[in-house]
Design a protein around this ligand. Structure first.
Ligand SMILES: *Cc1c(COP(=O)(O)O)cnc(C)c1O
Length: 483
């Protein structure tokens, strides 16, 4: 195990400094008039005193403890931790994008508005929708926007529809968002093969159905087979169809939610379109809608008359604003750069490769691990630790052991409806050699389960810290150093 790293406070020695600053020439009496006396310190802050090299080494060492997609394979399912091409970062830093302010007059931000307008059109084309809003800043925020649009649509027709039907294979944000939106959830169980149970759906729909929300591919990594029937059943009851397209990475250029009959879709730019995740944001969850829902879109909408881009606020049926200004512009620029560099064929290829890589992993891991679904998967696949249970090995143990092999573990214990789930999403940019390395590590672990189980149960061995008390780490984090 690597040794513990001292804090800056612990290596501090009085009198050391990283920068030699000139003495302050602000007279003391001025300080006192600028800052009220009761807020002034009576003694110096107890800050660490270290030299510049020690300071730099400290933070460089800390930064190396981080694991990201730039440092290694990161097969975290449901989140699409895909590699983000560096050109996206260059483009969003162009002064014309980086140095403008959202309160500037539209005359001086025509380029930015053009980019937003084009992005709406690209995404409308990719999703098969009639219009798109770029305002929502996360997938869940897109869902909230979408459900508000649906609610407004029903209201405008004088209908009271309060129920949202959600399959148990949906992403957790779907029922959460519906609840936040003041709608009632009706959950329906999936069939054993992971598909939607049509009888359950028929029994659930009615005059009170506002919408049916489908995560597709589902959190099981499976493409829903009966979409046409589902669309018919829901539409016949007067409900609308919501498509959770956070994981569009499986279907870009191949199928479009709009063509499947969906009325509203959200797309996560921070998954499919190679913009960074991290720390809960900033993300982008644009929402696409069909014609009937356009009047309700958030304000302002971007208009173009062939000469000039403008912002239109006068939309009486709009649900209002969902975010300040026009969404997370910097993120949208990155996604724009990605779409433009990939082109339509490139996007399709990315999806095909993502699906191929997931199925390659699945087919190779099937020999040692239980795979609960017989079908091919989409961009992510699910295995479980069922075969390892007899040796006392659980999914958590396998994930911890993977750290010793130098891999970020896949998503574990999600989706909830698969016991001891391990959800692997390799993404399209990984080479066969990388996938083979990961598969080999997984197989080694399966072998260790049979022959040397303590290796797994005591893992991780090679990380800075061993197993954490995960509950205490979340509930009682120690984030402050005290002498
Ligand atoms: C990630 C994800 C979401 C939520 O997106 P956030 O940006 O994290 O709010 C919703 N649905 C699915 C299927 C997802 O994978």
């Amino acid at each position: 195990m690597k040794t513990k790293q001292s804090t800056l406070f612990e290596i501090s020695k009085p009198g050391r400094f990283a920068l030699d600053l000139p003495k302050s020439d602000v007279p003391a009496y001025e300080m006192e008039t600028l800052v009220p006396a009761n807020l002034l310190r009576s003694k110096y802050a107890e800050l660490p005193e270290v030299s510049q090299p020690d300071l730099i080494r400290h933070y460089t060492a800390l930064s190396k403890r981080n694991f990201g997609v730039d440092s290694g394979f990161y097969p975290l399912g449901s989140c699409t931790m895909k590699y983000n091409p560096k050109v996206n970062e260059d483009v969003c830093r162009y002064p014309g994008f980086a140095d403008i302010h959202p309160l500037q007059d539209v005359e001086s931000t025509q380029g930015a508005l053009e980019l937003l307008y084009q992005m709406e059109q690209y995404l409308a084309e990719i999703a098969g929708m009639d219009a798109v809003t770029m305002q929502p800043v996360a997938g869940a925020h897109g869902e909230l926007t979408g459900l508000k649009l649906i609610r407004q649509y029903h209201r405008s027709r004088g209908e009271v529809r309060t129920k949202v039907i959600v399959p148990d294979s949906a992403h957790g944000t779907n029922p959460a968002t519906a609840t936040v939106c003041g709608l009632e959830i009706v959950e329906i169980k999936s069939n054993d093969d992971g598909s939607i149970n049509l009888d359950a759906l028929k029994a659930a729909v009615g005059l009170d159905t506002a919408a049916f929300m489908l995560t597709n591919p589902s959190t099981l990594g499976l493409f829903e087979k009966n979409i046409k029937e589902i669309a018919q059943i829901v539409h016949a009851a007067g409900g609308l169809l919501y498509y959770d397209g956070a994981n569009t990475n499986a279907v870009m250029g191949i199928v479009r939610p709009g063509d499947m009959g969906f009325d509203v879709v959200h797309i996560n730019l921070h998954k499919t379109f190679s913009t960074p995740h991290g720390g809960g944001g900033p993300g982008s969850g644009p929402v696409g809608v069909k014609q009937e829902l356009i009047p309700f879109l958030p304000v302002p909408i971007i208009t173009y008359d062939g000469k000039k881009y403008d912002l239109e606020y006068n939309r009486p049926l709009s649900i209002g604003r969902m975010h300040s200004f026009y969404g997370n512009f910097g993120v949208i620029v990155r996604a724009y750069a990605y779409i433009r560099t990939m082109g339509p064929d490139g996007l399709r290829q990315a999806s095909e490769d993502a699906v191929l890589n997931a199925n390659y992993c699945l087919s190779q891991l099937r020999e040692d691990y239980d795979a609960p679904f017989e079908r091919y998967s989409m961009h992510e696949c699910i295995i479980t630790s069922k075969n390892q249970k007899q040796f006392g090995v659980k999914t958590l143990d396998i994930a911890k052991r993977l750290l010793d092999y130098g891999y970020h573990p896949p998503t574990i214990y999600f989706p909830l409806i698969v016991e001891e789930a391990i959800m692997i999403e390799p993404t399209e940019t990984e080479s066969k050699e990388t996938l083979d390395g990961f598969i080999k590590a997984m197989r080694e672990i399966a072998k260790e389960a049979r022959t040397d189980v303590t290796q797994i149960l005591d893992a991780p061995h090679d990380t800075v810290v061993g197993r954490l008390d995960e509950t205490a780490a979340a509930r009682k984090p120690v984030v402050r150093w005290k002498p």
